[in-house]
Design a protein around this ligand. Sequence first.
Ligand SMILES: Cc1cc2nc3c(=O)[nH]c(=O)nc-3n(C[C@H](O)[C@H](O)[C@H](O)COP(=O)(O)O)c2cc1C
Length: 180
Amino acid sequence: MDVISAIKKRSSCRDFKKTQIKNEDLNLLMDAALASPTAINLQDLKINVVQDANLIHDISQECFRLMDEKVKKRMQDRKADSIFYNAPTVFILSSPKTIYSDLNAGIVAQSLCIAAESLGLASCIIGMAAPAFAKTNPNNLKNRLDMADDECFCVSVAIGYANSKKLPHEFNYNQIRGFF
Ligand SMILES: Cc1cc2nc3c(=O)[nH]c(=O)nc-3n(C[C@H](O)[C@H](O)[C@H](O)COP(=O)(O)O)c2cc1C
């Protein structure tokens, strides 16, 4: 699949099959993450690859425990009992907090989503996992990912095969301001 098609075809999947992704695809996804640029080429982002179903479950449960009622209702409406929508592979991006850490992580997240799309896999960027790793949460799961004290959760990406998937969102051309 060419890159532009993969970018345009990608949409967030909130209904994954349990089937695990192939190891060869996992290797390509890890390469796509590592090929992503980081500010000053520091490469200081940690790319935690999680396929341990118990760990994925525990992270999700901790987020559900702290979730406010409005978000809980949204998850119920989506018939979702996991913040990762049962995806079998989750990339959790973490880093020492710098002015660029979230931007670096965002770039890796999109690289992962586009690479996944090109491999016939589905993805969803998940910011909602943050409370499970918050320093202010005494029950945080940072130690389960060997995260250092100064390491912060940036964002996560759920990846797997889609059971069902919505169409890509409509483009809003008002977002573009042209100076030609
Ligand atoms: C930084 C970021 C965080 C997101 N966090 C979540 C999340 O926690 N849960 C979720 O279901 N979707 C999450 N999304 C997906 C967005 O809701 C989705 O990208 C948006 O609705 C547009 O839909 P599309 O991805 O299909 O184009 C996140 C997206 C981004 C960019």
